[in-house]
Design a protein around this ligand. Sequence first.
Ligand code: ADP
Length: 381
Amino acid sequence: MSDHQGHILIVDDTPDNLRLLSKTLSEQGYEVQCAINGKLALMAVQHQPPDLILLDIKMPEIDGYEVCERLKRQEETAAIPVIFLSALDDVFDKVKAFTVGGVDYITKPFQIEEVFARIENQLTIRRLQRQLQDKNLKLEQLNQELQRSNQELEEFAYVVSHDLQQPLQTITGFAELLLALKSEINLEEEAEEYVSPILEEGIRMQELIQNLLEYSRVGTKKRNFEPTDCQEILRKSLGHLHSAIEESRAIIASETLPTLKGDRIQLGQLFQNLIGNGIKYQRPNIQPKIVISVQEKPEEWLFRVEDNGIGIKPENFDRIFQVFQRLHTHQDYPGSGVGLAICKKIVERHQGKIWLESEWGTGTTFYFTLPKLDQGNYEKL
Ligand code: ADP
């Protein structure tokens, strides 16, 4: 309901009645609209649904009962409360008035205090109904979000426990072996063989857990969105990737990037992960080249991070955004398989989308969108 007292449509075929009611209600602060017959009333309601309708019963062509029935049949107008107006000397069927969907009636000549009281009652009910509907809708959305995050959590727990088992098995296996063979082996000479895998896998597990923690933190931290200059973010990310860029002699080219509203740290992680991957998944003997570009769309920025690396097969496009999903062994290309999962979470947290195009053996382009600075809905995040 708007900031005035309420928007009321009065329908009456007697111009004097219309004038009188309209004047009195306007003086009370209601926004008033009038219709001189049922047909015009139905058109007015379609055009601009009021908060309440005062509806005369006795009218030529379409009478008040029928207008009300028609309104109640349509989803968009069914909830508008209708108060019937009837002359004292008219034959007025109260039961029919309620059956066709009226919520109250007022008899003419009017007692103006009674009119106000009855209107206010219905407007209050309508306000409360709307509040309830809004709350229900929000609850429904929250419920769906909760169900989705529960499901994600379940899948996440499954993948994580499965993948952490692997280094643990190596650790326990070698430790058991060490115990079983303790009297037969000379630890001084053979420690390397038995203890090194334990140490290596232990370190790897620590790394995986560290990355997992990083992943889970993306969602739990309080949203800290502020105007962020992506140009600056890119500069810092390249600074962090300095040694990888030096070592691989990668060429990095970028367009001027915009300022948008986001979490600086997370946007930094996003750029760093995508550019870092572009450098890491390079083809042998080909100098890596990463191009970062951006395109302005009506409501968002479309970013591209393009590389000339090994490429990804289409059947793996979805998989690589999941935690621990890697297409290579740790020996071929070191990593934990969490980077792109973090990127996805960050982009989605900023209400954007992330996807890729790739040609196996030629290169990959990651795309992601981020809403523009002036997008109103962004504030609500
Ligand atoms: P990580 O790099 O630690 O393995 P990511 O989640 O960043 O983890 O990437 C998941 C997998 O997706 C990588 O293991 C790799 O197989 C593939 N991948 C990611 N980025 C690229 C890229 N730019 N080119 C080719 N393959 C990539």
